[in-house]
Design a protein around this ligand. Structure first.
Ligand SMILES: [Zn+2]
Length: 158
């Protein structure tokens, strides 16, 4: 069984080495769908939507009305510091593809106990920058037989 929840935020970004328009600072009304696959629990749920919202909300609060900056884009970071403007540094360019990667890594790291508790076997993240463009990433979450705390999950790109 799969469930999905949608999130949205307003954000600015740029791709500093892009040859086209994306090198300019600009904004998007981002829309994100997070889909989780797992078994139904005794309440007839894969997960409680409120628990998923609570897990993802810190990220949305950090990104909403912020500029997503690539690590090393010192020119932009200096400007944002001068303006006292909210920003969030990513370890790579702020493409939709990389944002999907970041969100899945965030869920695996900060949502580890949430994934275990709900026996989630698959995560899919879809991020839409515009009405016509999106990126999507899926990962399997496999519980090992050893059940070793903090290392019971291995993550496989599919
Ligand atoms: Zn853009």
């Amino acid at each position: 069984m799969k469930i999905a929840k949608q999130f949205r935020w307003e954000g600015a970004h740029r791709l500093p080495n892009h040859k086209g328009n994306c090198r300019n600072l600009h904004g998007h009304s981002y829309k994100m769908t997070i889909e989780l696959k797992g078994m139904l629990n005794e309440e007839g749920m894969v997960v409680d939507f409120a628990d998923l919202k609570a897990l993802i909300n810190p990220l949305i609060e950090a990104w909403d009305h912020a500029t997503l900056v690539a690590e090393g884009d010192e020119d932009l970071i200096n400007v944002l510091n001068t303006l006292g403007s909210k920003y969030f540094v990513l370890p790579y360019n702020s493409t939709s593809e990389n944002l999907c990667q970041f969100v899945i890594d965030f869920i695996i790291k900060d949502g580890y106990s949430f994934l275990i508790k709900n026996s989630i076997s698959e995560i899919r993240v879809l991020i839409r920058e515009t009405d016509t463009c999106y990126a999507e990433l899926e990962r399997s979450v496999i519980l090992s037989e050893e059940e070793i705390p903090n290392s019971a999950y291995s993550v496989v790109n599919i």
